[in-house]
Ligand binder design. Structure first.
Ligand code: A2P
Length: 268
């Protein structure tokens, strides 16, 4: 078996799980997804993140990664950017099946059902790898027990960057286990802002000019019935928050549920 950079050459630090990579898929030169074994004792809520690292140093670098897989999955899935020269992703992007990935034991995060008040429609707004926590949320049966409609949006620069989300929605709608929960409740709106017909179509623009709702054939945002989760770059979080607040939405937290939640753990 060929060894790769991520092969364990340092002792596993105390208090972390050491898991084995089971699949790697590269989407573009900037994006890839991987799956790994899940510790039997590890529990999490859909939408939470964990700290991930590699056993390639005495003191490994850890970064926050949303768990993209649902709680019922026997493996864990992650969707990652590749940052040239990035302290973790520079190495993580080279992992192969059989390699070891480290994971701190405690999951956490705000993109969870507990932080939202009951509602009718759930909006999941993402840019880039911000779709990862929602890959977990849309594969959780509880999401469809709690909401009549689930609207996932993803904005990326290039069309190919939307492939992970497209595959995700397609497989979720057709999945044997999920199909009966999802039915026709799951809507997906994807736009590439730097090429093709959707050039310039940031989700923020589409909310403001109403095209998001027209494209999907649904009514506008209403804080009385709608709930929202946001995950993406700092600029995007701020802008969507602004749009939601202007419409009367209020931020929620685990100890005080509201009408929208934001994950700030990934912002540089
Ligand atoms: P754009 O191409 O117009 O910059 P990034 O890689 O910079 O994080 O951007 C990922 C995607 O998010 C791009 O499609 C980008 O659009 C979009 N984006 C960047 N800033 C915002 C924002 N403030 N609101 C909505 N979308 C944004």
């Amino acid at each position: 078996v060929a060894t790769s950079e991520a092969t364990t050459t340092f002792p596993i630090p105390a208090g972390v799980f050491a898991e084995t990579v089971t699949a790697v898929k590269h989407y573009t030169d900037r994006l890839f997804a991987f799956r790994m074994t899940r510790p039997a004792s590890f529990r999490f809520r859909s939408g939470e993140f964990v700290m991930i690292g590699l056993p390639n140093a005495e003191k490994p670098v850890f970064r926050a990664y949303s768990i993209a897989s649902p709680a019922w999955d026997e493996e864990l899935e992650f969707f990652s950017i590749k940052v040239p020269g990035g302290p973790l992703t520079e190495h993580l992007q080279k992992i192969k099946v059989g390699d070891t990935v480290l994971m701190r034991k405690k999951p956490t995060g705000t993109l969870v059902h507990d932080a939202l008040l009951p509602g009718k429609r759930l909006f999941l707004f993402s840019t880039g790898t911000g779709i990862a926590p929602f890959a977990s949320v849309i594969r959780d049966p509880e999401t469809y027990e709690k909401f009549d409609q689930v609207v996932l949006t993803q904005t990326c620069r290039q069309n190919a960057e939307l492939d992970y989300g497209r595959e995700l929605v397609e497989t979720t709608r057709n999945d044997e286990l999920m199909r009966e929960f999802v039915g026709d409740k799951l809507l997906f709106h994807a736009s590439a802002t730097r090429e093709g017909e959707t050039r310039g179509h940031r989700v923020t623009t589409l909310i403001e000019n109403g095209k998001l709702f027209a494209d999907l054939g649904i009514g506008p945002l209403d804080p009385a019935t709608d709930r929202a989760m946001i995950c993406g770059s700092m600029a995007m979080l701020r802008e969507i928050e602004g749009l939601l607040k202007a419409r009367g939405f209020e931020e929620g937290a685990n100890n005080k549920p509201g009408t929208y939640v934001v994950e700030r753990a990934f912002v540089d």
